[in-house]
Design a protein around this ligand. Structure first.
Ligand code: ATP
Length: 296
C-alpha cells in the first residue's frame, strides 16, 4: 500500500523546488491563466473534522482549506490519516464530527457519484481500471458521468445519444492526448504499462470535468524520469484551471510541485504552509525522523 522507505527532510531536494517553464507538449494551450489570477478563493474547507473507526481516531479535529487554482499537498508518515481524509472528501466515509464544504456547500452525507458530479474527481493508491476495456473506453466511462442522454434515447439510439457519444469520444481522445497516451487509445487497458495505466486513471478522472482533482500517491512505483513527467503533467492540469490535491510520499515531487502543504501525524494536523515553511518546521522534521517534537 505504501512505499517502505520514507525520506527524511534532509533528503528532500531543494533544487527541485524551481518552477519549470515548458509549453504543454499535448497541444493544450500553454496560455493558461497565470497562477495568481486563478488562486485565492476558498474551494474546499475541511472544518474541525474528526473521523473514528471504532477506537482508532484516524482524523482528530483536522481543519484546512484549499484555494482555487492551487496545487495542495497532503503529507505525513504511514497511517497519518491522509487517505481517510481523501475518503471523507469524496463521500467514501462520513466524518464522525465536523464539516466539509465544497464551493461553500456541505458535502457530508452526499453519495460518491453526487460528489463527482459536483466537481471532485479522484484517483486511487492502487490502479482501478476496467482491464478488458480499451484505454479510450475507460476514459469514456468518466465522460459518461456528464451525459444527459435518457435511457429511452440510448435504447433507441436517438440523435441525442449519437451526438453525446461522438462528443464523449472526441473529448476522451483529447484527454488521452493530454496525458500523453493517445497512441494507446485502442489497446485494452490491462496491456498498458504501469505508468500508462496511471496516466489513464488521471485522464478518466479528468473526463468528469472536475473543479478539484485528488491524486492519491500518483508517483508510487515510478522511476525518476516518470516522476518528472508526472510533475509536469500535474502542473499542466493546474494550468487548465483545475485545483489539485496531492497525497504523495515522494518528498522531492511534493516539494517541487505544490503551492501549500498540510502535514498530518497520527490523525492530527501538525503543520501547514509553503513547501519551504513545512520543510523547516521542527514538528515535521521530528515526525519524519520518528523522534518526539521537543527532542528535535
Ligand atoms: N476502514 C478502516 N477501518 C479501521 N481503521 C482504519 C480504516 N482505514 C484506515 N484506518 C486506520 O486509520 C489510520 C489512518 O489510516 P490512513 O490509511 O488514512 O493513513 P495514511 O496516512 O493514508 O497512511 P498510508 O500512507 O500508509 O497510506 C490508520 O491507523 C489506519 O489503520
Amino acid at each position: 500500500m505504501t512505499e517502505p522507505h520514507q525520506e527524511t527532510p534532509e533528503e528532500w531536494d531543494r533544487e527541485n523546488a524551481r518552477p519549470v517553464d515548458e509549453a504543454a507538449p499535448t497541444g493544450k494551450p500553454a496560455s493558461a491563466p497565470a497562477r495568481n489570477d486563478v488562486r485565492g478563493d476558498v474551494l474546499l474547507e475541511v472544518d474541525h473534522v474528526t473521523l473514528r473507526f471504532g477506537g482508532v481516531v484516524a482524523l482528530n479535529d483536522v481543519s484546512f482549506s484549499l484555494r482555487k487554482g492551487e496545487i495542495f499537498g497532503l503529507i505525513g508518515p504511514n497511517g497519518a490519516g491522509k487517505t481517510t481524509c481523501f475518503n471523507a472528501m469524496t463521500g467514501v466515509y462520513r466524518p464522525t464530527e465536523g464539516a466539509i464544504r465544497f464551493q461553500g456547500e456541505s458535502i457530508v452525507g452526499k453519495k460518491k457519484h453526487q460528489i463527482t458530479r459536483g466537481g471532485i474527481a479522484r484517483t486511487f493508491q492502487n490502479v482501478r481500471l476496467f482491464p478488458e476495456m480499451t484505454a479510450l473506453e475507460n476514459v469514456m466511462v468518466g465522460a459518461d458521468a456528464h451525459h444527459k442522454t435518457s435511457v429511452i434515447s440510448a435504447l433507441f439510439r436517438l440523435p441525442r445519444f449519437w451526438r453525446e457519444e461522438k462528443s464523449g469520444r472526441q473529448r476522451s481522445l483529447e484527454l488521452l492526448r493530454f496525458v500523453g497516451i493517445a497512441h494507446r487509445a485502442g489497446d485494452v487497458s490491462r496491456n498498458l504499462s504501469y505508468g500508462e495505466q496511471r496516466r489513464l486513471e488521471i485522464a478518466r478522472a479528468l473526463a468528469t470535468n472536475p473543479t478539484l482533482l485528488c491524486l492519491d500517491e500518483p508517483a508510487a512505483g515510478f522511476n525518476p524520469a516518470e516522476k518528472e513527467d508526472l510533475l509536469q503533467l500535474i502542473r499542466r492540469i493546474r494550468d487548465t484551471g483545475v485545483t489539485v490535491l496531492l497525497i504523495e510520499h515522494d518528498m522531492r515531487l511534493v516539494m517541487g510541485v505544490t503551492d501549500r502543504i498540510v502535514v498530518l501525524e497520527f490523525g492530527k494536523k501538525i503543520a501547514e504552509g509553503t513547501p519551504a515553511e513545512v520543510r523547516d518546521n521542527p514538528a515535521v522534521i521530528a515526525a519524519y525522523l520518528g523522534v518526539p517534537t521537543d527532542a528535535a
